[in-house]
Design a protein around this ligand. Sequence first.
Ligand code: GLY
Length: 380
Amino acid sequence: MTTNEPFTSKDGTAVKVDLGQRSYTIHIGEGILRDAGQIIGPLLSRPKTVIVTDENLARLHLNTLNKSLDGAGIEHTAIILPPGEATKSYEKFSFLCDALLENDVERNDIIIAFGGGVIGDLAGFAAAVLRRGVNFVQIPTSLLAQVDSSVGGKTGINSRHGKNLVGAFHQPLAVIADIALLDTLPPRELASGYAEVAKYGLLGDIGFFEWLEENAKALFAGDGQARIKAISKSCEAKADIVARDEKENGVRALLNLGHTFGHALEGATGYGSCLLHGEGVAIGTVLAFRFSEQNGLIASGAAKRVQAHFASIGLPTTLSDIKGDLPDAQTLVNYMRQDKKATGGKLVFILARQIGDTFVAKDVAESDILNFMREELQNR
Ligand code: GLY
């Protein structure tokens, strides 16, 4: 799955997302933000770009990106937004579109999304619709964005009805994942992003999950090789699924392992710092395995193993790990109904036959989920 692109950083590896004419490369390496100008330069139709980023990134790393673009002779400006999920709003979206137009972004230009999932989703969505579509490059700065949200072309903003409900599929021209940027990530954010790394093992590759059981500690301790391997394996898994099902008509739904439960918990806790996305996914994944066990789909013990792994790196794994009140089971199920996967009013879950073998279940009775959530809440 590695490619021979005109430019591949000497310090990293490359994974290709195979989508015909819209194929692109994910560059992964340590310190490769310094190579951004060289990677982006050949993709530009004129030597000019606009960076979209947030205040934290601007303070910590914008200078490195600016220097790299300067070195490649690329003119650039930056639009700097407030950090946090609240930025994925209609208000900031319209502000950003106008700011990009004020900066003279043309149809053939490329904008750079430089940040975590929030910036990637927002800037990607602006790119999808601005002048009916301009190109963009993702420079993901969080683990979550490097292994999941920057790859595969999902872009969007939140509505008061739920997360990511207004958006578009719009593939980037390239992704540049510099693992050195993870060093400045708050530990809780790193752990939260890790839930999406483990997801790839759990949904389809038990060998990768076993490797993570052995190596997660090294990855958290800052081992560069372990980080590059974990991120490239995750991106390969995602690239493979996206190449088979770009618009999520089938197998791509597997990437939502733990997300139907997780999104409901995020919604119920206000999509804030009470429960980060990956934390919701970690609890949601354990719930998906527990539900699979209760329904006799998977041998007992699997859910405990998944739970033990998440707990070993400090992720929450049960409803009792969530501070504060939770609503009743019916309200949680109502949140699940907002899920984009829901079709014909039916809830869709990703369930497991074993670790590394999951499937899309479209026929789960709502009453079964309601009873399951009631029990989980009682045991809290
Ligand atoms: N994060 C799930 C997907 O990209 O399909």
